[in-house]
Write a protein that binds this ligand. Structure first.
Ligand SMILES: Nc1ncnc2c1ncn2[C@@H]1O[C@H](COP(=O)(O)OP(=O)(O)O)[C@@H](O)[C@H]1O
Ligand SMILES: [Mg+2]
Length: 351
């Protein structure tokens, strides 16, 4: 295999774990991030510290790499459009654009017959109230269309909500309104698709949140085969329709009556796939690296059931309880400062 250098936009833990998977394949990684001492930089060959819109630095970055990918979805589409004239960037900007904007995301999913919660794009209090009437509902969720994560940029509303405060809290941002799904549980599926169109899937995983942040993932998700298979094929259909080269994650709700609704697309590796490092022969990170470097994806080779526990903020102290256990695989992201809500690491317990 020829020597490959992969450029990754973003310096978080997802980039770090992709860089580690790349290293195992003999692939060098160059991280492009505005953040000093980022988790990914600590394990990469090199880092370029610059703003995502700094075209001189972007060009300098592109000349040093063979392929480019990104590890979070808030990279400006403009950055990817600029870079793709210089080197292959996977996944393509179409997927990035769709997953950055909840209205585009839901419109796209519905256009390929993937069902979602009912949604609307209100621009006034009148719109919100008339949509509640139309849905014969007293409550809904309002989300900012862009930049939401870990439940940030969301509010549950009812007819009694003070809408003046709501609009001013959201400060002129474009909003989406969604029906509240009374789900039984939440799952996710990860799909990697290579340049030849070959696909591999991980999941479905069962995901449990605390304070809107993923806290625990269980695989396999305790669900019937029929529902599990339809979740897998939904993710594969999405990957195929959008002509994915790379890896994406589909977050889904399973409703009380057994239907599956898509919630969000992440154009990247996902926290709910961290267990794949220890329970599979080819992790989500390795298949991400393979697909974006135009190599074939490999069968996932899941050899164990697993539970992944996120270490959020002070949870990192729990490492002491697991450090000497045989089946606990500990992963720490090298973040020096512990902050509330900050993802510090995770533990995968193999079953
Ligand atoms: N329409 C909905 N009905 C019920 N719960 C929802 C709905 N949308 C989001 N949630 C809950 O909020 C969580 C975060 O919402 P999500 O849209 O995934 O945003 P993000 O992960 O970007 O913060 C979901 O995992 C789910 O638990
Ligand atoms: Mg989400």
């Amino acid at each position: 295999m020829k020597n490959i250098t992969l450029g990754i936009l973003g310096g978080g833990q997802l980039g770090r774990m992709s860089a580690m998977a790349a290293a195992r394949l003999g692939i060098k990684t160059i991280i492009y991030t505005p953040e000093e001492n980022s988790p990914a930089s600590l394990v990469a060959y090199k880092t370029i510290l610059a703003d995502y819109l700094d075209e001189i630095s972007l060009e300098h970055f592109a000349t040093q790499v063979d392929f480019i990918s990104y590890e979070f979805e808030n990279i400006p589409v403009k950055t990817v459009e600029f870079l793709k004239k210089l080197k292959p960037v996977y996944p393509d900007s179409t997927l990035l654009e769709v997953s950055q904007d909840r209205i585009k995301e839901k419109t796209y999913l519905n256009s390929i017959n993937i069902p979602t919660a009912k949604w609307a794009a209100p621009t006034s209090t009148g719109d919100i109230l008339s949509t509640l009437d139309e849905w014969k509902s007293d409550e809904a969720i309002i989300k900012t269309v862009r930049f939401g994560y870990d439940g940030k940029g969301q509010a549950r509303i009812s007819r009694d909500t003070n809408f003046d405060t709501l609009w001013s809290d959201f400060n002129g941002q474009t909003l989406i309104m969604e029906e509240i799904i009374d789900f039984s549980y939440e799952i996710s599926v990860i799909v990697a698709r290579d340049i030849q169109g070959k696909m591999v899937v991980y999941g479905p995983m069962l995901n449990e949140h605390e304070n809107h942040i993923l806290s625990k993932t269980t695989v396999p998700a305790p669900m019937d085969d029929k529902t599990a298979n339809s979740a897998l094929s939904m993710a594969e259909r999405l990957a195929q329709q959008i002509n994915l080269i790379g890896l994406l994650t589909l977050e889904l709700f399973v409703t009380k009556d057994g239907n599956i609704l898509a919630n969000e697309i992440a154009p990247r590796t996902h926290n709910s796939g961290h267990w794949t490092i220890d329970a599979c022969t080819c992790s989500q990170f390795e298949n991400h690296v393979r697909a974006v470097c135009a190599l074939p994806v490999a069968p996932i080779g899941r050899h164990s059931d697993a539970i992944m526990l996120n270490l959020i903020g002070k949870d990192i102290e729990q490492v002491q309880d697991h450090i000497a256990l045989e089946s606990a695989c500990i992963h720490l992201y090298g973040k020096s400062e512990i902050r509330d809500g900050r993802k510090m690491g995770h533990i995968t317990i193999l079953k």
